[in-house]
Write a protein of this length. Structure first.
Lengths: 142, 653, 92
């Protein structure tokens, strides 16, 4: 008797939570931060997606402009091959943010400009990079 | 010369582990005890050679022998000694060797502890353990060899150095602690498989690994919490848990491991749930390997995985291989799991533990789902979807709160059946407590989950305290003792029960901290030397800017006086902006790093980040966060460890 | 590579192999008698004793009814006496 009750309760809990997980998956947080499309520069330019997305690419060399009056105010171009998208970002930038860094920004694309409120650098290049640099010497070149 | 020895001992270990297979199979075929002894010794040698290899790599790291590629990649001449040691697990090849190292130490402990015990189980236990070693030996020998030499064309004058993010004291203890937990689940797994193969799924195997599981669980919990602590102190986004795939990777085996920890008590005392326990430990071990896969294969782009590699398929294959064998065995032994005992009542401890198990597994599934969802959606629809922290919070908060509620109900339940009167008597006070905190919350103006959480915190705390008070009272009725001696002797007499309650109290404290997150505030501002900035009830005064040169970096240190609303200085924060490798002639290779400064109190943390600097105008860009109640998370962690230690302390027989 | 290192390697390797092979050369010893059976029973007995103590505490703080207490206690006592018999049987 008790066995059946427990079995029913366990199945009940499992079904309820299964519904709950499905519900949240289908209706993520209202402001769209729970689940976002992750797009490349090409894809975003092609789809002109207006909802909140994450965008990945490389910081175009020499494109970083930091406001003279407020160092937290930055704009730069995010590039993928030939294509690029201008990005505006206000806030603390990660330490590794610089030209050519692979980054991910989060925000909205609106009339040709990406307004980002999150900025992440994809990896710490130096620590997995090749060893060839000033402190190593290639025997052929000596 | 030493790297050659290192590579050689890894190869020898691999060869010997293969021989161990053959010898142990011979023992199982012939039953000749001599084969068992030889196999036993063979595995001892495998373990010793693996340990030797690790020590040799450690030696190379300390000596800065840049002829070894790994050493050149992860250390430099300026790296402090401590971080030269931690470089052992900073990179791919090293961390996999470190896995093997800990497994080998555990293996030796198991081999010597059970030398003449469990004669039925042990051959299979050893076989399973050596098969795990075999897998990691194949990887360290052929896929990610830590001893592989630097490209012959280069003379490396100085290495790359260790990532500044990893140059942190917590980061030097977090990975080993977590690994001690992760890897440790190999042993209960090996016993479970041995029990399955020998067909003896009675509580015997549980008894042999109960204490072991508790120790391993303690390391795992401490490891997960330390990871959060590191992120909080070092990553500078003001939180300790981001639901990053790598964090989830450490959290999922903890969830199933915790479920396992509870359900083996039922099997040990009541001989129920035989099959369930084996399923749980198989899942836990598989999730540990899967976690290493997530961390190391770079399958998810994540702040933690610095590499992409070809390890992915191997690890995933190994996970599936394990699952296939284990579930195959479980199905094969299906008829042996029939236990005569049945759960007698809904309100029994048995059923309480069962529900707690179900909830843990469900949370684990939810986390798993969110973690692999990007991969699934990319495979099915073609667009990559990222799953952020809000998703995980939304899914897990209600289930987590239900679990917190269960933490309160659990202690009241007794084996077989709890009486109705007991429910009324034991719950009236805690429910009152819960209602008071609920009302208090409403008065302060809280809403939503926060208020439910505080109500449950009040409820569970009251239940646990009541347990202690009742225990003391009933002792004092019989023996004439003071409150303190009654408490001590009561805990002593029943360490596992009261230790468990203390662990639960730790969890409650951590929930206090989690709930505090709802009140976080932050502000970013620029400030000139001498100026002040108001934020909330605080005033931040920028009083000094120092330049310092330390052995491996250059630093600007900002001095910030924090004034409260009574015009008193409560503390002085000194966040730093550092440049590592500041002597590197190529400016691109210098690495900036922000070192945080945190003022922590019971009620709130003031968290400061020095994010930018304008040297000529002496302007600093500062980010301040006010994070209430974070302190309770760490307190909860300590209490959890203390409770586990009390439960573990050996009984005087 | 100098001559010394291979010699060291060979030396340690031989010792390792000898260590492993040594039991195979000896005369076939019997399996050690499973003394652990008695130990296992003793541990079982201890666990049961602890359970009885726990049950008594739970009863004294009023968590279970008199009837359930009697029933559980009887079952546990019966199990203990079974095990004590088994221990006597195996050790004699």
């Amino acid at each position: 008797m008790a066995r059946h009750k427990i079995l029913i309760a366990i199945i009940g809990i499992s079904i309820i939570t299964a519904f709950w997980i499905t519900y949240v998956t289908l209706n993520p947080d209202q402001n769209g931060t729970g689940m976002m499309k992750f797009l490349s520069v090409y894809e975003l330019r092609a789809t002109q997606e207006s909802s909140r997305v994450r965008l990945g690419g490389k910081v175009a060399t020499g494109s970083i402009i930091i406001s003279a009056t407020d160092k937290l105010d930055a704009s730069f171009d995010l590039a993928q091959g030939e294509a690029s998208i201008p990005v505006k970002f206000y806030g603390t930038r990660p330490d590794l943010f610089k030209d050519d860094a692979e980054i991910i920004v989060e925000g909205n694309y609106h009339s040709g400009m990406f307004n980002a409120d999150q900025l992440q650098v994809k990896c710490a290049s130096r620590y997995e990079g090749t060893l060839r640099d000033e402190s190593s010497y290639n025997l052929d070149e000596l | 010369m030493i790297p050659v020895f290192g590579g050689l001992s890894l190869s020898l270990a691999l060869g010997l582990s293969f021989i161990a297979f053959i010898i142990l199979f011979l023992f199982i075929r012939t039953g000749d005890y001599r084969f068992y002894l030889a196999g036993w010794r063979c595995v001892v040698m495998v373990s010793l050679f693996s340990i030797l290899a690790t020590l040799l790599l450690l030696n190379e790291l300390i000596q800065s022998n840049f002829d070894v590629d790994y050493v050149a990649h992860y250390t430099s001449l300026e790296t402090p000694l401590l971080y030269k040691v931690t470089a052992l697990w900073a990179g791919q090849a090293g961390s996999l060797l470190f896995w093997l190292f800990i497994l080998s130490i555990y293996c030796l402990i198991v081999l010597f502890q059970n030398r003449n015990k469990y004669t039925q189980l042990m051959p299979w236990v050893i076989l399973v353990l050596v098969s795990i070693q075999f897998f990691f030996l194949i990887i360290t020998n052929f896929v990610a060899n830590p001893f592989s030499p630097t490209d012959v064309n280069f003379i490396v004058a100085n290495g790359n150095g260790l990532n500044p993010l990893l140059q942190n004291l917590t980061m030097s203890i977090h990975p080993p602690t977590l690994y001690l937990g992760y890897v440790g689940f190999s042993v209960p797994f090996a016993f479970a498989i041995a029990a399955l193969i020998t067909g003896d799924t009675s509580p015997l195997w549980i008894r042999s690994i109960r204490r072991w599981t508790l120790i391993v669980w303690m390391f795992q919990s401490a490891g997960v919490i330390l990871g959060g602590w590191w992120a909080y102190q070092e990553l500078g986004w003001g939180g300790y848990w981001a639901w990053d795939p790598v964090e989830n990777a450490s959290f999922m085996p903890w969830l199933t491991g915790t479920a396992f920890l509870h359900s083996i008590i039922i099997q040990e005392k009541k001989d129920m749930l035989r099959m369930w326990n084996i399923v749980l430990i198989v899942l836990t071990f598989s999730l540990c390997i899967f976690g290493t896969f997530l961390t190391r294969s770079g399958v998810m782009s994540s702040v933690h995985s610095f590499t992409a590699s070809n390890l992915g398929p191997l690890f995933l294959g190994y996970v599936f291989f394990n699952l296939f064998i284990s579930f195959g065995l479980i199905i094969y032994r299906k008829s042996d799991f029939k236990s005569k005992r049945r759960i007698k009542s809904f309100t029994s401890r048995e059923s309480g533990f069962l529900f707690n198990n179900v909830i843990f597994v469900i949370i684990c599934f939810a986390v798993f789902w969110g973690t692999i969802f990007p991969v699934i959606s990319e495979a099915v629809t073609g667009t990559k979807i990222t799953v952020g922290a809000p998703f995980f919070n939304q899914v897990t908060i209600p289930i987590g709160l239900f679990l917190l509620f269960m933490t309160g109900v659990g202690p009241i339940l007794v084996w077989r059946r709890t009486s109705k009167q007991a429910f009324i008597r034991n719950f009236s006070l805690p429910i009152a407590f819960g209602l008071v905190s609920l009302l208090g919350g409403i008065i302060i103006g809280m809403s939503g989950y926060v208020i439910i959480s505080f109500a449950l915190i009040g409820f569970v705390t009251a239940v646990i305290l009541e347990e202690f008070i009742r225990g003391i009272r009933s002792r004092r009725k019989v023996q004439n003792e003071t409150v303190i001696t009654a408490l001590i002797s009561m805990v002593r007499k029943n360490r596992s029960r009261y230790g468990g309650y203390i662990v639960h109290l730790g969890i409650v404290f951590m929930f206090v901290g989690f709930t505090g997150r709802a009140f976080n505030q932050e502000l970013e501002f620029s400030i000139k030397k001498g100026q002040s900035q108001k934020f909330g009830s605080y005033q931040f005064e920028f009083i000094s800017l120092q330049e310092l040169e330390r052995p491996n970096h250059f630093a600007w240190v900002a001095g910030l006086n924090v004034w409260n609303d009574q015009n008193e200085i409560i503390t002085r924060l000194s966040p730093e902006k550092r440049i590592y490798f500041h002597r590197d002639p190529n400016p691109d290779r210098r690495q900036p790093h922000s070192e945080l400064s945190i003022f922590s109190t019971v009620f709130k943390d003031i968290y400061s980040i020095f994010s930018g600097i304008d040297i000529e105008q002496e302007i600093a860009y500062i980010k301040i966060m006010i994070n209430p109640l974070v302190w309770w998370v760490w307190l909860g962690g300590w209490v959890l460890v203390a409770g586990t230690l009390i439960a573990l302390w050996p009984h005087k027989e | 590579m100098d001559l010394f290192t291979p010699l060291i390697i060979i030396f340690f390797f031989t010792i390792g192999i000898m260590f492993i092979v040594q039991p195979l050369i000896e005369s076939p010893g019997a399996m050690p008698q499973p003394v652990f059976d008695v130990d296992e029973l003793k541990r079982k007995k201890q666990i049961l004793y602890r359970q009885i103590k726990e049950l008594e505490t739970d009863f004294s703080v009023g968590k279970l009814s008199q009837k359930d207490y009697q029933k559980s206690r009887d079952i546990l006592k019966r199990n203990v006496s079974d095990i004590i018999q088994q221990i006597r049987h195996t050790s004699s």
